[in-house]
Structure formats: C-alpha cells, structure tokens
Design a protein around this ligand. Structure first.
Ligand code: ATP
Ligand code: MG
Length: 580
C-alpha cells in the first residue's frame, strides 16, 4: 500500500499537550497517533491504529503458536457472575457499573475470569475435552483512580487475556510455562526491554504469579533484583526474612520515660542518645503507623502497622498485603473520634487495650526490644519486648524495601529499578472453578474439578511502552515489527522529474510488498524532515537535490546514519534494508 500524506488524516502538533508528562504521551499526541476523548479514554488515529494492530498481530501469532484459541466475549456484562465470585464488591470503585432500562445491574468488563469459566462449564463435560486455552483481544474498562500518561494507564484499554483449563496441577504448570515462553517470544519480537519478576496475586486470587515489567524510568512499578542470584521481584512481592527469636531471659523490664517534645523518630533518637546508656539509631525504635482498612462490603476498621523506625511504610506494599481490602491513612477526624490515639506517642499497649488490630514487620521478632510510644503525650517506653510485653496480631509486608537489603534467597543484596507492567501470568488454581462448580467427568468416571490459569498482556499499553523505550529527542522511533509504515518516502524536490521518480520508487516498493508512506504534500523540505523524525518510521528515503545526479538518500532513523543509493538500485536496496 502507498499512503499519501497529502490526504492522510493526520495533523502533527508543534507543542506538547498541556496534560502530558511522560515522553511517550507527548510524542504520541504530537505525532497524531492518538487523541484524548476523556480522561484515560483515547481515540486511535490512522498511524496509532496501525501500531496497535501490529502489536495485536504479534500477540495473536504467539498465542496461536501455543495452541490457544481466539474467541471474543462481550465487554458489557451482567452482574450475576461477578456477584457469585464476590468481585462485584471487591473491585470497588474501579468497576464501571451501569443499569439497563429495566434497572438490572451491568458492568463493563475489567477482566473476564467469570465469563470464560462459565463458558467452559457450559460447553465441556469430559476429561477428553481438556486441556484448553482460550483467549481474546478486547477492550477492557477500569475506572482507574489515576489514569495516567495517555494510553499507558487508560480507563479504556486493549488487553489480550487468556485462560487455561486443566485437569490437574501438572497440566496447569504446563499451560503456565507455555504462556511464559509465548510472552518471552512476543516481547522479544516487539523489541521491548523487560524483566520477569515474582508478583503478588492481588484481586485475582490464586498462587504462583509473575509479571513482565518493561524497564522504564516512568514506570509505576518498582522491582528489585539480586545480581548475584538472579532473584527478581516486584517490591510488592518481596518477602522479608522473619527475625530469629531471641531468648527473653536477662532482658531488662520495660520502663516508661518522660520524653518531652519527641513526636518524631528523629527527636526520639536524639532524646535516647542524650538520656539513656548506649548508642541508639532509628532502627531501635518501633514506629506505629495508623491506617484504616475496609474489607469488601464491611465497615472501616483501625489497623496499627509497626515497622522499625528507620523504615517508612510503603503504601503500595501495604495495599498489596491487604488486598482486596482498601486502605487509607487516618484523617484528623479519625484521630478525634479515637482519642486514645496519641499522635506521635502511639504504642502497642494502647492499641491492644482498645482492641485495635496490630500487625508488625517480620523484623520485629519475639525477644526484640524497642523504644516506642507509651500512649500518652510526651512519654515513651524503653525496652518493650515483643512476645513478652506485647503480642502483635501477626506480621505484614508493609515496610519499604531498600537498595542493599539482603535478597530473600540469602545470596546477595537487592537493587531496585522502575518498570511498567506489560504482562502478567497467574496460576489461579480453583478459585473460579470452585465458585462455578466446574467439573468434568474424569477417566475413572468420577468428577474432576478443573484448575485454571489467567494471563494478560497490555496490548494498547505496549504501544506507549515501545514509544517510551525507543524514542529519542527528535521524536518517535519504531521497531520494524510494529512500525506503521516500512518506509517514509519524502519528496524534497520540486522538479517534476524528481516527483515522478519518487512516485515510481513508491510504486516499486509497494510492488515489493512494503508499506509506504509518501510525503507528497506541498510543504518545505524542512517541515517534511521534522515530521519524518517525529513520526518515527525506521527507514526514511529522501528524493531531493541528489535526484538530478541519479541518487536518493536512505536514512536510518534508529542509527541516524544516511547513505546515498543510485536511483536504479534504490528499490532493491531499500527492500533489503527493511527485510533485514
Ligand atoms: P497495573 O498494576 O498496571 O494496574 P494490573 O495488575 O491491574 O496492572 P492486570 O489486571 O494483570 O493488570 O492486567 C493485565 C495487563 O493489562 C497488565 O499487565 C497491563 O499490561 C494491562 N493493563 C492493566 N491495566 C491497564 C490500564 N489501566 N491501561 C492500560 N493497560 C492496562
Ligand atoms: Mg491495575
């Protein structure tokens, strides 16, 4: 196909959109790939749609290669199945809910475990039918709290979601590994730089799970790696090694001190060093952070989170640990309503006395001794021993993970980096097949409950990720696998012979099977070159001044290099370059 820019539905913008912060968002809008319709809702224009379709096709290809079968479910869904699994409530505000004219509740699908499970239950009844992997490439809806960076985090977005159904755990593992390998192939073909990390299972429920994170400064996920051992995990999934219990014998009794004006960890440590024997750091203090938690369908409840005073609570880790419950920090009104909470001086004893659940970091093991709040203003207790003077209700992964922390596998130190989640694979197990009682007749005549996996790829998000990882300061740059056009042919010469020559070259490239974008607009070469850089096709061919001498210029948008090629050889040379 030859696409002529003189009538292509495209306007490039000189300025960055006011609401854009990250490069991919700025460039995709400026280059006319997408346009915003509402917060987190975008229209795909011709160039953007070509990239989106190309990503889709790579994903589809590799899914088909593992024997997955493509189907398409509705995005508009009834409430009932989501009620049966509890997700109508668990999804909270992220679910787009609507009512039909009869008043029946409906939703726009955020992910489709329920529907695929019901579908398989309806169609299959014998072990002979299994295993099966089904997938769709479909628009999903999530009312994200913070839609961000254009199509990177949309409220409407395209996902490939697949679901595997197996008779037993071994089968599930096989389906999971098939997906893992398919995803590796997909991301390699697309040219994404990524890492595979251990993940938490979140709202989906289930056990083993890994995420594919594209490495990027603008990512919202933080992951850690241990270079010595190869361990890699989303920080949300990092498990802190539990502290070894320390014998209580010989530990001095806890003692309350007046500690005037010490509401912060820093002021408390300064007081301890001035008034107690020994040297103290923030790590000797126990910081009790108050939050409120709401289980799906229940009321808000107070929760105290105890962490060593040298660490902050990482709110994302806290949220991941408490999912599907919601968490919020306490407001002044909450403190006013619970006068026993003495800001800056909260201690485990006061929480226990008032029936507040108290969870601690795993470093706070039995026999560890702490300086912490004494539940009255300007007072702290010294030598409060876990397991002797207070008994937490359990442990929680909420403390921040820091560079240099020991790797959970004990083999080195952790270093952190940022990433964007592009894929997620889950061994769900029987959460959904139990909810819908999905049994088939087994080989021995007895019913077998199926076990499930669920797997997602962020198809539209990948367009932004590729823009993010491949762009330079001049504009977009596309890997060949997804470029909207193989060749961007710029006519930069007003002579009729050159114009005709460019049209002929375009026709030759088209005949060779290449997708050609022909800049035949009445515009200056400068404008056309700038647009070519912004739009990002990997190969730019310029029919310019050199045409009179029998040459065209072939520019590599990635390396920035350019070569002159004889007009007679141009079509073959360009085709060879494109085909690699
Ligand atoms: P995130 O943590 O980024 O919100 P998630 O854990 O909610 O992602 P999944 O439910 O596992 O994501 O969905 C599968 C894939 O769909 C993700 O790996 C991601 O690539 C993509 N995705 C999820 N939410 C969005 C969104 N709001 N916009 C674009 N893509 C998304
Ligand atoms: Mg999400």
């Amino acid at each position: 196909m030859i696409t002529r820019m003189s009538n292509l539905f495209l306007r490039t913008l000189r300025d960055d959109p006011a609401d854009a912060e990250v490069p991919s968002h700025k460039l995709l809008v400026r280059a006319g790939y997408v346009r915003r319709a509402a917060p987190g809702v975008y229209s795909w224009l011709p160039l953007g749609l070509r990239v989106l379709k190309a990503v889709e096709q790579v994903v589809r290809d590799e899914m088909n290669n593992i024997g997955a079968q493509e189907i398409l479910l509705p995005a508009l869904l009834p409430r009932d199945p989501y009620e049966e699994t509890g997700r109508w409530t668990e999804y909270g505000d992220a679910l787009f809910r609507l009512k039909d004219r009869k008043g029946a509740d409906m939703l726009l699908g955020p992910t489709h475990e329920e529907l695929f499970t019901q579908l398989v239950k309806g169609e299959y009844s014998s072990y002979k039918d299994l295993p099966v992997i089904l997938y769709q490439i479909q628009t999903k809806y999530r009312d994200e709290e913070r839609p961000r960076a254009g199509i990177l985090r949309g409220r409407e977005f395209v996902m490939k979601d697949s679901y595997s159904f197996d008779l037993d755990d071994d089968g599930l593992k096989t389906s999971y590994h098939a997906h893992r390998e398919a995803y590796q192939k997909i991301f390699a073909r697309l040219g994404v730089r990524y890492v595979i990390v251990a993940a938490t299972s979140g709202a989906m429920g289930g056990s083993a799970s890994e995420e594919f994170l594209a490495e990027s400064e603008v990512g919202e996920d933080t992951f850690v790696r241990c270079l010595e051992s190869g361990y890699a995990a989303n920080v949300e999934a990092v498990i802190t090694p539990a502290a070894q219990p320390i014998p209580f014998d010989g530990l001095p009794p806890a003692k309350v001190y007046r500690t005037p004006d010490t509401p912060t960890i820093d002021t408390l440590v300064a007081w301890a060093n001035a008034n107690l024997e020994g040297a103290f750091t923030a790590a000797d203090t126990l910081k009790n952070v108050m939050v409120k938690v709401r289980e799906p369908g229940a009321d808000w409840e107070l929760l105290g989170v105890g962490v060593p005073g040298d660490r902050e609570v990482d709110f994302k880790r806290l949220e991941a640990s408490l999912e599907p419950a919601e968490v919020e920090l306490l407001t002044d009104a909450d403190f006013a309503a619970n006068p026993f909470l003495t800001k800056g001086y909260i201690g485990p004893k006061g929480l226990a006395a008032n029936g507040v659940r108290f969870l601690v970091d795993p470093r706070i093991g039995d026999g560890s001794s702490w300086i912490t709040g004494a539940d009255e203003p300007n007072h702290h207790v010294v030598g409060l021993v876990a397991g002797r003077d207070f008994t937490p209700d359990g442990t929680i992964e909420a403390a921040e993970v820091r560079d240099g922390d020991p790797s959970p596998d004990g083999k080195g130190e952790l270093v952190s980096a940022k990433g964007i989640e592009i894929g997620h694979i889950f061994q769900l197990g029987q959460k959904y097949t139990n909810a819908f009682e999905v049994d088939v007749l087994g080989e021995n005549g007895k019913p077998v409950r199926l076990t499930m996996g669920s797997y997602g790829v962020g198809v539209s998000r990948l367009v932004a990720v590729l823009a993010e990882q491949w762009h330079d300061d001049k504009g977009l740059r596309w890997p060949r696998a997804v470029t909207p056009f193989d060749v961007h042919l710029v006519i930069a010469n007003k002579d009729q012979a050159a114009i005709d020559g460019a049209q002929a070259l375009a026709a030759e490239l088209d005949a060779a099977g290449l997708e050609v974008l022909l800049d035949d607009r009445k515009a200056s070469p400068g404008v056309k070159f700038k647009d070519a850089e912004l739009l990002g096709m990997p190969t730019v061919v310029v029919v310019g001044r050199g045409y009179a001498n029998g040459v065209v210029e072939v520019r590599d948008r990635l390396s920035g290099e350019s070569v002159e090629v004889a007009v007679a050889d141009a079509a073959d040379a360009i085709t060879a370059t494109v085909r690699g």
